[in-house]
Design a protein around this ligand. Structure first.
Ligand code: SF4
Length: 707
């Protein structure tokens, strides 16, 4: 039953983790207008170019997967089938693989684009019905180093700050983030704050002089991967200058002494070579941070997408712990979430290394708590494969059936040749997808048509721990269904085959029931929002966690200096500096990094549909320092072959003086549909952080050949 049209619904932009509120005006199944929602406390009516263009991305049915498709064998064409048959085939193939090879022959590769309710159902399906921990998501490529950084230092995966802190900080350290492009609405907020407070100091740490540097008082163009050396040297200066808060350290932290010992050798003079920035700049940066009334750090992929991502996160958090710059207005370490709902996915435990409510699958008590919530006897103990590892397990023949939902790994994962070989090696690949243009669809044996924004209901959590309702404004096209419904339909079919007693586990009448079950899993945990429900979100609007009662007052954590660790104290980690996994060499002399353009989102399956967004950059280039363009004798717009040890692509080169000599930069968005070869990530490195398992997408050693 739909209300009479036109009508206006409040929802959330489906792109980045800023989580801006939108108002969607519809007439029947037509979206008339998408505008900023002034009532949303995180974004106050603002939207960036991508959010403003959302209306133009809706219901272009030719760009959509409209029905289920199946092929009876590799090499056969796929043809349309009915939804019942598709769900039946999926359930049968899962049941066969489980019977023949055990539950760990199944893998789920999900997405930070999914809503919390989608995540919750998939997670229950994987662990409580299939019986595997092989469930991971593209958030592994995005935020997992932030997760491990928070957990190891502060005791829980909880960003302590809130957006309000951008207005109140005296010093803002932006590290490994081009927020002008990646989180534009937050960047504008910071820009406005600086205009109001000219004394505000902004430091940008980034190998490239990005547009974010336009508001910087100091730009540290550090060598890729040298962040830990830089942060240790900043701490060294703070110790030397007496800028550390010894009282805070003594009362609220542990582990300071060994770290202090370690950072002795990290003097600004000794690291300037490693970091490629003058010692004087490091000292200036440390003094602005250490002497600030309030210091805020904003960081994202530059720290996370690294083979030492956890150490980088920890080394940055140390600066806050050492100066007591946490738990107060305008202060704290603040990871900016890449995807719209990487936070909700973490809360729902939709990753191999997590269980619902920020629990740990390696912890028997945690497993028992979730088993009891889900009304099953037990949950699997065998550790699950994380993203890169999962595709390796497929390639090795350990995982036979792979179910991919709302993500495009055949373009987005590093070391593409390996990922595509894995997709070919799998016995059966299920791809649950809304868009007909993704590279991964080529590998699907079964395609399940998914609903997407603004056709589905649920919730997301943004970077500042704020839970908002995402609302279905129009019906999905064709046979498409919300992701949670597809998961439930296959799950019920699978339960009938392998565990009839569990059939009732997936009888949800709607998203509010899923949310209610999920919210119960947070009771007594750091993120506790067990008192929150859909009725409250409806009546009082978006709410931050931990949630006790509705408020619009911004919520920051750890104001009392008590941390969710065993001792109640935050921890300094004795982490060393480890260089990038793949150093440059005579054969591969260029430092290659990738990043985001302002107007595109990830693999462009949605944002690429909008001509107004494509105009900002119509085709991919590899950017090089003008001196290198001359040195390699590259003519204007000439084609070059850029290669790494993993692959090569051919595209035009362009001079860009925001790069240092010896550096190359590629926008991350273009896949094999546009570029000869496997697309940009053919080149990227899958070397992982040992703790977070996040790959080093931000650095490869590369070579260039002029064609
Ligand atoms: Fe959407 Fe992010 Fe832009 Fe906000 S900043 S409108 S959430 S893309």
């Amino acid at each position: 039953g739909r209300a009479a049209s036109p009508r206006v619904l409040a929802s959330i932009c489906c792109y980045c983790g800023t989580g801006c509120g939108v108002k969607i005006e519809t007439d029947g199944d037509r979206v008339l207008k998408v505008s900023g929602d002034e009532q949303h406390p995180s974004s106050l009516g603002k939207l960036c170019s991508k959010g403003l263009a959302l209306g133009a991305t809706v219901r272009g049915d030719s760009s959509r997967v409209l029905s289920a498709q199946w092929r009876s064998g590799r090499g056969e064409p796929r043809h349309d089938i009915a939804m019942d048959q598709a769900c039946d085939i999926a359930a049968a193939r899962l049941a066969q693989a489980i019977a023949a090879h055990g539950p760990d022959a199944i893998g789920f590769y999900l997405s930070g684009q999914l809503l919390t309710e989608d995540y919750a159902v998939f997670n229950k399906l994987a662990r409580a019905l299939v019986g595997t921990n092989n469930i991971d998501t593209n958030s592994r490529l995005c935020m997992s180093s932030a997760v491990s950084g928070y957990k190891l230092t502060l005791g829980a995966d909880a960003p302590p700050a809130c957006y309000d802190d951008l207005d109140h900080a005296d010093t803002v350290l932006i590290a490994g983030s081009n927020m002008a492009y990646a989180h534009p609405v937050l960047f504008r907020r910071l820009e406005a704050a600086k205009a109001r407070k000219p004394g505000m100091k902004i430091i940008v740490v980034d190998p490239r002089r990005t547009d974010t540097c336009d508001i910087a008082d100091l730009h540290l163009a550090i060598a890729p991967g040298s962040d830990v050396a830089l942060f240790h040297a900043m701490l060294n200066v703070m110790v030397w200058d007496g800028l550390v808060d010894l009282d805070y350290i003594a009362r609220h932290t542990e582990g300071y002494a060994p770290l202090k010992e370690r950072i002795h050798e990290f003097t600004p003079q000794s690291v300037q070579e490693i970091c490629g920035v003058p010692a004087a700049d490091i000292i200036q940066c440390a003094r602005w941070f250490g002497a600030a009334g309030s210091a805020l750090s904003l960081y994202t992929m530059g720290l996370n997408q690294s083979s030492s991502g956890t150490a980088k996160n920890a080394a940055l958090i140390h600066l806050h712990l050492a100066t007591g710059q946490i738990g107060k207005k305008g202060a704290g370490p603040f990871s900016l979430t890449g995807q719209p709902n990487a936070m909700g996915g973490r809360e729902a435990g939709g990753m191999a290394t997590l269980l619902p409510g920020h629990r740990d699958p390696g912890n028997a008590r945690h497993r028992a708590e979730i088993a009891s919530l889900w009304k099953v006897d037990s949950l699997p103990e065998t550790p699950g494969h994380t993203a890169i590892d999962m595709f390796d397990a497929v390639l090795a023949g350990k995982i036979k059936v792979l179910w991919i939902a709302a993500t495009n790994p055949a373009q987005s994962m590093p070391d593409q040749a390996r990922v595509r070989a894995a997709l070919e090696a799998a016995e059966f690949v299920i791809v649950q997808e809304a868009y007909a243009n993704t590279e991964t669809l080529a590998y699907a044996d079964l395609v399940l048509p998914a609903a997407t924004w603004p056709e589905k209901d649920g919730t997301v959590t943004n970077s500042e721990r704020r839970i908002s309702r995402v609302r279905a404004a129009i019906r999905p096209p064709g046979d498409a269904l919300p992701d949670w419904q597809l998961a439930c339909r296959v799950a019920r079919g699978l339960a009938r085959r392998i565990a009839p007693a569990k059939s009732g586990l997936f009888d949800y009448r709607g998203v509010s029931e899923i949310f209610a079950e999920h919210a119960r899993s947070t009771a007594g945990r750091d993120l506790d929002y067990s008192a929150l429900d859909y009725a409250t979100l409806e009546a009082d609007g978006p709410q931050q966690w931990p949630y006790k009662a509705s408020t619009r007052e911004p919520l920051r954590l750890y104001a009392d200096g008590v941390f969710p660790t065993a001792s109640g104290r935050a921890r300094f980690l004795d982490v060393g500096y480890v260089p990038v996994a793949e150093p440059v060499s005579a054969h591969y002399p260029l430092r290659l990094s990738t990043g985001r353009l302002r107007d595109q989102w990830h693999t462009m399956s949605r944002s690429g549909l909008v001509p107004a967004l494509t105009r900002h950059a119509e085709e991919p280039f590899v950017y090089l320092h003008p001196g290198d363009i001359q040195r390699y004798k590259i003519g204007d717009g000439a084609l070059v072959r850029i290669k790494t040890r993993r692959g090569q692509i051919v595209l035009p080169a362009m001079g860009d003086d925001s790069l240092k000599p010896g550096h190359a930069w590629l926008p991350m968005h273009w896949g094999s549909g546009f570029i000869a070869g496997d697309g940009v990530n053919a080149l990227a490195n899958s070397a992982r952080d040992p703790i977070s398992h996040q790959p080093e997408l931000k650095h490869s050693a590369a070579a260039i050949e002029v064609l």
